[in-house]
Every structure is written in structure tokens, then in C-alpha cells.
Design a protein around this ligand. Structure first.
Ligand code: NAD
Ligand code: MG
Length: 352
């Protein structure tokens, strides 16, 4: 019934939204905005804009949290006019989602060099004063945002970065043109379509049945250990990527992989983190750290990991100058993997 109606109503607009569930209606609406430039321009009239400056989101502080303010199209036009900017700059905005009531959300970077604006970059401090907020590096702000805002701003930053880095066709060298939603760019001379890309990354919590293996890179904050992570090579399956990364980084062989969950991760570019548990092959517990990739790796007992998860102020230097062992914060998928292992260290659900 609703399928028939969906097709019948498609002639007028895309779909007959009122016959669909809230979730389906929302996904169909976003699909329409990505496909139809006019519909997307219309959605900007009533939409909300999140602002960035050189990929740093505009945030306002509220007690211990950061909140990203939203701006209407009218407010944005006034702001651009006040700073002597052409409203054409709004064409650089990208669609990042919508509310259940179909208020579309967009992100716009006011600092990146714009292809559709004469002036390159707006003055950041003046902007911050005017907007009563600060443009804060996402890596610093991420853990002080709620889950919903963190995910939205990560998506926004990834998409803004991708557009900034794909302004020219790699075949013809000509400028590419984005569609209004920003879901693709097209080269006008040869019609090649470029879509935003993510790099698949496997992140694996290796266990020997009673202990789990955690490692740190020298770039991590002092004392923090995490699960093993690595980019998938071209042509690899996820299973092969997990086995190769574990072998490369700590010299062990694993099997019995169990998928846990996935997460979009905006750093360093845009990755799809695919998280899983794995068990070392029998008799293979001696770690051989690849020092080109890692600073250290070690087996940790269940009690040690439980204690680290309980620490409220993890980043703490001890009297002997060393840092307490601590784990990635809740928002990181590594945290979820570690918590799952704490709750089920022997992974009884894994196939034999
Ligand atoms: N969300 C989380 O919980 C979490 C936890 C740990 C790591 N991570 C992320 O996982 C990612 C990968 O981990 P890693 O650094 O150990 O990877 P890695 O072990 O594959 O080593 C990184 C190296 O891989 C190479 N590489 C191959 N393909 C690449 C690509 N598409 N982009 C960038 N480099 C590529 C580069 O030489 C780079 O120096 C990191 O970006 C890190 O931010 C996320
Ligand atoms: Mg790695």
C-alpha cells in the first residue's frame, strides 16, 4: 500500500512522506535533497547552518560541555554582508542531515579558500566575537560534545575537508563543481563524478582468553593505550586486514574474529573504523613490537583494564614521572571494544 502510494506520489514531489515511518520519511527526504538541487536550495531557506573556520567547528561553552550553535539562512546572509562577503559563499555549504520534522542541516566553512567567493578567508577573531563562540579544533572538542553533536560535526568536517581537497578533476585538471547538497562533485569537461570517500580501518582487540593486548603510538597522549588499528590495503578482505595488521604490529597470528561495531572517524581524513575481537592462535602470546609503528604493546589483565576504565582523571603523572595507564574515552570505538571484552573476557560466543 505505502509502496504503491510512494510511486504514485513520486510525480508531484519525490515521495508521499506522510505514509512512511518517521525514519523512512527522513531517509527519503535526505535522498531527495541529495538528488534534486532545487529541493536542496529550498531546504536551505528553512534549514539550520553549522559554521566552521578552517575545519574547526564554532562552539559555545555550556558548563562542562560544548554546544554547536545553529544559524538560519537569513542570519548567515546578514553575517556575510557584515563581513563584506558575497552571499554566494553559501553555495559551498554541505548537507549533513535533518531533523525528524525535516529541518535540513548544513555545514559551511567560513575560513577555507572558497571557489565561489572573491575573498579567501574571513577574519576569525572578529567572527568569533560576532558569533559569541569560538572555532575549536575538532580533535580537542570531540570529547566534550554529546554523542549526537560529535557525530554530526565529524560528518560535517569530513565532508567539508573532502570538498576542499577535491576541487579539481584528477583526469582533466579542470575545476569540479559540487551539487547543492555536496554529495558529489562533477567535472564539467568530461562528466566524471567524484563521491566523498572514506578509508576503511580495522581496529582489533586481541585476547588470549584471559588477557587483552593493548598498544600505544608515540603520538598518543601519555599513558593511553588502545586496541590495534590499521588501514585496509587495496584488495584485502576485513579478515585479511585484521590478520596482517596484528602480524605487522605485534608479530602474532590471530583467528576467530568476531565483528563488534563500526564508527566513522574524522581523523586524519575520514575513516570507517570496523571494530572486532580476535583470539591469538594457541601458543602465540609473545609480543614482538614493530617499533616503526608502535611505541609499546603489552598484555593487560582483566583487573588492570577494569581499574583503568574506572579512572575519572586518567591523564595523571605519578611521582616517578611515569603516567598512569588509561584507555580511550567513551566516544572512541576502541573504548566500546575494551568494555565488551571486560564484560565477556573469554568471548564465549566466539565460534570454536
Ligand atoms: N576511534 C578509535 O577508537 C580509534 C582507535 C585507534 C585508532 N584510530 C584511528 O585509526 C587510524 C589508523 O590507525 P593507524 O594510524 O595505527 O594505522 P596504520 O597502522 O595503518 O598505520 C598508519 C600508516 O598507514 C599508512 N596508510 C595506509 N593507508 C592510509 C590511508 N588511507 N590514510 C592514511 N595513512 C595510510 C600510512 O603510512 C600511515 O602512516 C588512525 O587514523 C587513528 O586515528 C581510531
Ligand atoms: Mg596501527
Amino acid at each position: 500500500m505505502s509502496l504503491y502510494c510512494g510511486i504514485a506520489c513520486r510525480r508531484k514531489s519525490f515521495w508521499c512522506y506522510r505514509l512512511l515511518s518517521t525514519y523512512v520519511a527522513k531517509t527519503r527526504y535526505l535522498f531527495e535533497l541529495k538528488e534534486d538541487d532545487d529541493a536542496c536550495r529550498k531546504a536551505q531557506q528553512t534549514g539550520a547552518f553549522y559554521l566552521f573556520h578552517n575545519l574547526a567547528p564554532l562552539l559555545q561553552q555550556s558548563e562542562h560541555q560544548y554546544l554547536p550553535p545553529q544559524h538560519s539562512l537569513l542570519e548567515l546572509e546578514k553575517l556575510l554582508a557584515k563581513f563584506g562577503q558575497d552571499a554566494q559563499r553559501i553555495e559551498d555549504s554541505v548537507l549533513i542531515g535533518c531533523s525528524e520534522q525535516h529541518e535540513a542541516w548544513f555545514a559551511l566553512d567560513l575560513g577555507l579558500n572558497s571557489s565561489s567567493s572573491v575573498n579567501a578567508s574571513l577574519q576569525k577573531p572578529e567572527m568569533e566575537t560576532e558569533l559569541k563562540g569560538s572555532f575549536i579544533e575538532l580533535r580537542k572538542a570531540l570529547f566534550r560534545l554529546n554523542m549526537k553533536d560529535a557525530s554530526l560535526l565529524s560528518t560535517a568536517q569530513a565532508l567539508l575537508r573532502w570538498h576542499d581537497a577535491h576541487q579539481f578533476c584528477s583526469r582533466s585538471g579542470q575545476p569540479t563543481k559540487k551539487n547543492v547538497a555536496g554529495s558529489k562533485r562533477v567535472c564539467p569537461s568530461n562528466k566524471i563524478i567524484y563521491y566523498p570517500q572514506m578509508a576503511p580501518v580495522v581496529i582489533t582487540l586481541v585476547s588470549d582468553g584471559t588477557r587483552c593486548l593493548l598498544a600505544r603510538q608515540s603520538s598518543f597522549p601519555k599513558g593511553m593505550y588502545s586496541a590495534l588499528a590499521g588501514f585496509c590495503d587495496i584488495g584485502e578482505t576485513l579478515e585479511e586486514a585484521v590478520q596482517r595488521e596484528v602480524a605487522e604490529e605485534v608479530g602474532l597470528e590471530v583467528d576467530r574474529l568476531q565483528y563488534s561495531a563500526s564508527q566513522h572517524w574524522p581523523f586524519p581524513n575520514s575513516s570507517l573504523m570496523i571494530a572486532c575481537h580476535a583470539i591469538v592462535k594457541p601458543g602465540q602470546t609473545e609480543i614482538q613490537v614493530n617499533l616503526k609503528e608502535l611505541e609499546a604493546a603489552a598484555w593487560f589483565s582483566h583487573d588492570e583494564v577494569v581499574a583503568a576504565l574506572k579512572r575519572n582523571h586518567p591523564y595523571a603523572q605519578q611521582q616517578d614521572g611515569t603516567f598512569l595507564f588509561w584507555l580511550p574515552p567513551k566516544l572512541a570505538i576502541a573504548h566500546q571494544l575494551i568494555r565488551e571484552w571486560v564484560e565477556k573476557p573469554a568471548c564465549p560466543s566466539l565460534p570454536a
